[in-house]
Design a protein around this ligand. Sequence first.
Ligand code: NDP
Length: 330
Amino acid sequence: MVKALVVRKEGEEKPVAAVEDIALDMLPEAEVTVAVEYSTVNYKDGLCIGPGGGLVRSYPHIPGIDFAGTVEASTDARYRPGDKVVLTGWRVGEAHWGGYAQKARVRADWLVPLPAGLSTRQAMAVGTAGLTAMLAVMALEDHGLSPGHGPVLVTGAAGGVGSVATAILARLGHEVAAVTGRPETAEYLTGLGASRIVAREEFAEVTRKPLESELWAGCVDAVAGAMLGRVLKQMKYGTSVAAVGLAGGAAIEGALITPFILRGVNLLGIDSVMQPYASRVRAWERIARDLPMDRLEAMIQPATLSDLPQLGRDILKGQVRGRVVVDVNA
Ligand code: NDP
């Protein structure tokens, strides 16, 4: 038997999540069995623990869109018992049982060997949110971002993606302007390397103005909504916004075509879920190199399986700071 956070749903009732002991043969069929050590809490996990958000295909369900641990058994030659591995994406924790259990069984193609220099705990402090932050920074670099051309904006900065993006960009020598709706996180964000804190309210107004003053040399946006609409009009000529999420709404409100035509601004969509193996490995290697581990430590909020129902509600309300690291064996 292994411990797991199981979400059950009866008919039209709301889903209910609770820690249970489950038999190993209940795990789905796949090539690699992993003894999970750590998982984490992402925005999607909040949906899968609670309302489902259209992500969960069937109940009972074990959420957890990412995990790190040790291979216990494998029918795929790429992995042997004892190998340390990390998993993000591929609809694990949504369409396939995920990391909120002491054991997980997954396809070999979905795994990445743990990069040298990272522990399983550090890998999950990074997790899907951190991998996405790195992919966003890499996409901005591919489109010409380099230090010394002005401040880079990070929205939703006190959240998971925003915290890691802030720390990576600062480490790479960028001046980071961190947008937050929680003024009490200012000290935390400057500790991660932000040079400037910008109040979320400054971007709240939806305006039909075609353009505003050129302010930002790049942007990692986790929020969308009215904020992204305003940010696009403030981008410097020829720069890019890497859009990763929609914590503030699924639309880009108030935006016009003008920034794209008159300022050559690029809007880059970032998806971590279906990242091919080579790109995931490259991003993890960059994380091991470019993310300061002392700053990563400052982002961690430790948790256990039984904390997850509450944390799922908190992250949907935008109330989680940094990265929750779930010790599934605690
Ligand atoms: P978090 O909840 O940790 O962070 C989101 C942050 O956004 C909050 O902390 C808050 O930051 C801000 N925020 C929340 N609600 C609002 C609002 N109504 N208006 C403005 N700002 C708001 O989530 P993550 O960082 O893990 O994920 C952020 C987004 O990115 C989510 O939409 C998630 O689904 C998506 N995502 C996408 C991935 C991809 O592959 N594309 C992978 C991972 C995540 P503050 O308090 O500082 O203002």
